[in-house]
Design a protein around this ligand. Structure first.
Ligand code: IPM
Ligand code: MN
Length: 353
């Protein structure tokens, strides 16, 4: 008997449900072939529920999510809700509550995918970004006063404890150790952020020297990193960085690997409940039109399988994505210009698992 996994499905807003349906379809093909089963329970967290009931993540849902093997998320973001409450109240709430302190975002250019980088191909763009996912400026430490007066001010602090930094670095060193080049680049802004940047920098070198001497260490300021990611992406193998910097450079990463339609990520707690998602947003203008690319969601499904320990199945799903791209049947990865609709791409990939 194969293993059984329980997965909480959070389709969310906009095109989230459409892409997640295709992810499920492809995982179903992997279940059959690799002899395991997934049991899904869906939760309607998102903008519609919030607008109807005022609820973001009820405690009862949080308790249930705490019992599953993994969470599979579509997208959060609703055109009728102002920016803030859904992102903070759902996405960040789940990341923080489950202490998903790693955000793993592979940047990999697959064959037949167009990159905006001139003269770069799949051999040049293949690295991983490990973004610290629970701390830093995202924690919300700070405040404001004298609102509405000329004396108004606000602060939002980049806080990091050594323990928070160390656990993220350790994960990153271990990922780097598994890759061919064994090279880890710390990305920060230590020339200006002399307190928090210095903490990351010292922790990085101390841990590297003591625990991972075989991993080559490199350091880039974040502004320089955006430059090198465009100019020489082949220099990168594994990047580790703080929350905000990681947010910014992973969008750049997504663009150089072919766009949001193909970029997948995992919010990982190595000892707890993790959550996998396409990193793009809910694309409300395409809702229900079946124009959006499900590959990012399918790729997130593959990452989830890897995390669950179904490594062969994970590889097969990734290989199926690559075969689908190599088939020449998909004209573009951009929404509405794919030549196939969302469901047809799901069918194509599921058939290749
Ligand atoms: C991401 C998103 C989120 C983030 C937002 C929606 C809170 O941009 O997953 O990268 O900033 O982390
Ligand atoms: Mn982002």
């Amino acid at each position: 008997m194969g293993k059984r996994y329980t997965i909480a499905l959070l389709p969310g807003d906009g095109t989230g449900p459409e892409v997640l349906a295709e992810g499920k379809k492809v995982l179903k093909a992997a279940e059959k072939k690799y002899g395991f089963t997934i049991e899904y329970t869906a939760y309607d967290l998102g903008g519609d529920r919030y607008l109807k009931t005022g609820e973001l993540v009820p405690d009862s849902v949080l308790a249930e999510l705490g019992k599953v093997d993994s969470i599979y998320l579509g997208a959060i973001g609703h055109p009728d809700v102002k920016p803030g409450p859904l992102e903070v109240g759902i996405l960040l709430r789940l990341r923080f509550h489950f202490d998903q302190y790693i955000n793993l975002r592979p940047v990999k250019l697959y064959p037949n995918v167009e990159t905006p980088l001139k003269d770069k191909g799949p051999a040049d763009i293949d690295f991983e970004i490990i973004r610290e996912n629970c701390g830093g400026i995202y924690t919300g430490v700070g405040g404001s006063a004298h609102q509405g007066t000329s004396l108004e001010y606000a602060t939002q602090v980049m806080t990091y404890s050594r323990a928070e930094v160390d656990r993220c670095l350790r994960y990153a060193f271990r990922r780097a150790q598994k890759r061919e080049k064994k090279q880890l680049t710390l990305v920060h802004k230590m020339n200006v952020l002399t307190h928090v940047g210095d903490l990351w920098f010292r922790a990085f070198h101390e841990m590297g020297e003591k625990e991972f001497p075989e991993v080559k260490r490199d350091y880039n300021h974040v502004d320089a990193c955006t430059m090198w990611m465009v100019k020489n992406p082949e220099w990168y193998e594994t990047i580790v960085t703080a929350n905000l910097f990681g947010d910014i450079i992973t969008d750049l990463g997504a663009m150089i690997q072919g766009g949001m339609g193909i970029a997948a990520g995992g919010n990982i707690n190595p000892d707890g409940v993790s959550m996998f998602e396409p990193i793009g947003g809910s694309a409300p203008k395409y809702t229900g039109q079946k124009k959006i690319n499900p590959m990012a969601a399918i790729g997130a499904g593959a990452m989830m399988l890897e995390h669950l320990g179904e490594e062969a199945a994970a590889k097969a799903v990734e290989a199926a994505i690559i075969k689908a791209l190599e088939s020449g049947k998909i004209k573009s990865l951009a929404a509405g210009r794919m030549g196939l609709n969302t469901e047809e791409i799901g069918d194509l990939i599921a058939g290749l698992v």
